[in-house]
Design a protein around this ligand. Structure first.
Ligand code: ARG
Length: 576
């Protein structure tokens, strides 16, 4: 059981012995000056029942201390208007160190998602375009959330809901035919860039010529009606797109279980519209089909369009069909959508519609979460772009990151061979991009900066990776038996264990808010605590007991750092 859960349990029991039946302990981590945790529940309870909060807390402390198990582990004291402060005793800290020796040993304390099926809908780019900086956050945040949820016991299904059925295909097919392009002959590494170029070309022609536009429309209708030639071109474009996406995914260690794009639902959207009409949720409005939210302040005058007046379904219709499919086919308990914050209205309206629709049919509702994120900004404070105004493609971002990482590695460790430097830089480059992104609160915009991203100190991947490499080198120097730790001596040792003990709590917090940056902040602070410990306490001393204890502290820090970074999606190194 995790420490906060355990505290909650023993306090509730003590309160019960004191005759308080509905006592809520309200545990929170406290200012380290006063202890490890604080329970504030007595204030609320005393107010409600007309008691004196300090007396009440005193009584609860009395019953707490009467319990051997509690007395041995923690010191409870009264503070302020009636708080109870808890400080863990050294015995308890040692026991924690001895019990948490591998990733598995954390599982019982973080298994809140055990037995749950979660669909993670993330990355989900539109096909026929290369992935660019704007696609970074969904991939990073999404993958990290998947790993965190899996660690908490969930069965996670990663579903890449690519945009493969849009109106862009009319123009593209018209242009590909007009320019006589043989898609099979395009060299793999430039094929998607060429398709993107063709699209831009077609788009500007369509703006100038009415005839061109109508031929594009015609090609789109043919595609939608299943014309074999157009279907073939469309499939080819998607295959080329996906092959290019997959290269980026494999660089970032991202693997999807399913790629059920928008097109997968194209034969299901009509039934969705019918069902919504039948349930009285959607109604026609000037030829279109819409869902009104008369009861809703913001969306009262902004209905959810699910079929346009020309009969075409849209993004909304597809998403409705998708929820239905995920519920029926995967038995999803939770669905997580990771997209740009500009889609907030869409998802709010989608979730409200799903809520009505499922309730009307008496179908159990999965929990739906929109995990949205802010924009990556350039130095001018606007969404980042290259100088000529085109997007920064992820492919070139990766190359640049590796080049810069190589330079840093060479400066830090000039004696390494070129090949090893390259291998290290290849990991550091990706980790640096990813960590810089994840360390930001997802709902904030942030400014892209190579300097900050690759800084050797501060909350960066480079800083953490170097700390890890140093720990490996200390541990590699000595083959030590893992004898249990029975005492602690210095304040730095204690502070480090206390920080380590918070790891499961941070995981739970990151998962409940779906915000991986909590974990980043924690790992950075943990590394700081480790540095203070390491600078003040020699590890490789002659005294075998002290050496063993300090090596174990080092091992546990390494375990939590590597595990934590892995949960963010990162690769760690033994040598740098
Ligand atoms: N393709 C969309 C875009 O590029 C994101 C899709 C997100 N997933 C969803 N089920 N709507 O903005």
């Amino acid at each position: 059981m995790e420490i906060d859960v355990w505290l909650e349990k023993v306090i509730t029991e003590a309160a019960l012995l004191n005759g308080c039946e509905d006592f809520a302990p309200e545990i929170r981590p406290s200012d380290p000056k006063f202890g490890d945790f604080q329970a504030n529940g007595a204030l609320q309870y005393a107010k409600k029942h007309g008691q004196n909060p300090r007396t009440l807390s005193e009584e609860i402390i009395f019953y707490l201390s009467a319990k051997q198990e509690v007395k041995q582990s923690v010191e409870a004291s009264l503070a302020g208007p009636g708080f109870i402060n808890f400080k863990f005793r050294d015995e308890f800290l040692c026991q924690w160190l001895n019990e948490h020796f591998n990733a598995h040993s954390f599982r019982p304390s973080v298994n809140s998602f055990f037995g749950k099926t979660v669909i993670a809908d993330y990355s989900s780019p539109n096909t026929a375009k290369q992935m660019h900086v704007g696609h970074l956050r969904s991939m990073n945040i999404g993958e990290s959330i998947c790993r965190l949820l899996e660690f908490c016991g969930a069965k996670v299904i990663r579903d890449n809901h690519i945009g493969d059925w849009g109106t862009q295909f009319g123009i593209l097919i018209a242009t590909i035919k007009g320019e006589n392009v043989d898609l099979d002959k395009l060299p793999t590494d430039v094929a998607l860039a060429e398709i993107e170029r063709l699209y831009k070309l077609g788009n500007s022609q369509a703006k100038e010529s009415e005839a061109y536009l109508s031929s594009a429309r015609n090609e789109l209708v043919k595609l939608q009606n299943g014309d074999p030639e157009n279907i073939k071109i469309w499939e080819k474009i998607n295959a080329i797109s996906y092959a290019a996406f997959d290269k980026i995914y494999s660089e970032f260690n991202v693997k999807f279980d399913y790629v059920l794009g928008e097109s997968f639902y194209r034969d299901r959207v009509d039934a969705v519209c019918k069902s919504l009409e039948k349930c009285g949720i959607a109604r026609s409005d000037n030829g279109a089909l819409v869902v009104f939210f008369d009861e809703h302040g913001k969306f009262k005058d902004q209905p959810f369009l699910i079929r346009k007046s020309d009969g075409a379904s849209n993004y909304a219709t597809t998403d409705l069909a998708t929820v239905e499919y995920r519920k029926e086919h995967f038995h999803a308990n939770e669905i997580i959508y990771v997209t740009d914050g500009r889609q907030q209205d869409h998802f709010q309206q989608l979730f409200m519609t799903v809520d009505k629709w499922f309730k009307a049919r008496n179908v159990a509702l999965p929990n739906l979460h929109h995990v949205w994120f802010g924009t990556i900004l350039g130095e001018d404070g606007k969404a980042i772009k290259t100088r000529d105004g085109s997007p920064i493609y992820l492919q070139s971002l990766i190359i640049e990151a590796r080049k810069r990482a190589y330079q840093i590695v060479s400066e830090k460790n000039p004696d390494l061979g070129i090949e090893e430097k390259n291998e290290i830089a290849s990991v550091v480059g990706i980790d640096a991009i990813r960590y810089f992104d994840l360390a930001q609160n997802r709902t904030s915009d942030y400014m892209f900066s190579w300097e900050n991203m690759l800084s050797l100190d501060g909350n960066t991947a480079v800083y953490l990776l170097y700390a890890i490499a140093r720990m490996h080198s200390i541990l590699g120097k000595i083959e030590e038996a893992d004898a249990p730790v029975n005492n602690l001596e210095t304040n730095e040792e204690r502070a480090l264990v206390r920080k380590l003990m918070y790891f499961p709590l941070v995981i739970k917090q990151a998962v409940s808010d779906l915000r991986p940056h909590y974990l980043c902040t924690y790992l950075y602070e943990l590394t700081g605590k480790y540095s203070s410990f390491y600078n003040a306490n020699r590890v490789l001393v002659d005294d075998a007991t002290v050496r063993n204890r300090r090596l174990i502290l080092c091992k546990r820090t390494l375990l939590v750092l590597e595990l934590g970074l892995n949960l963010l999606g990162m690769t760690t190194l033994k040598r740098m």
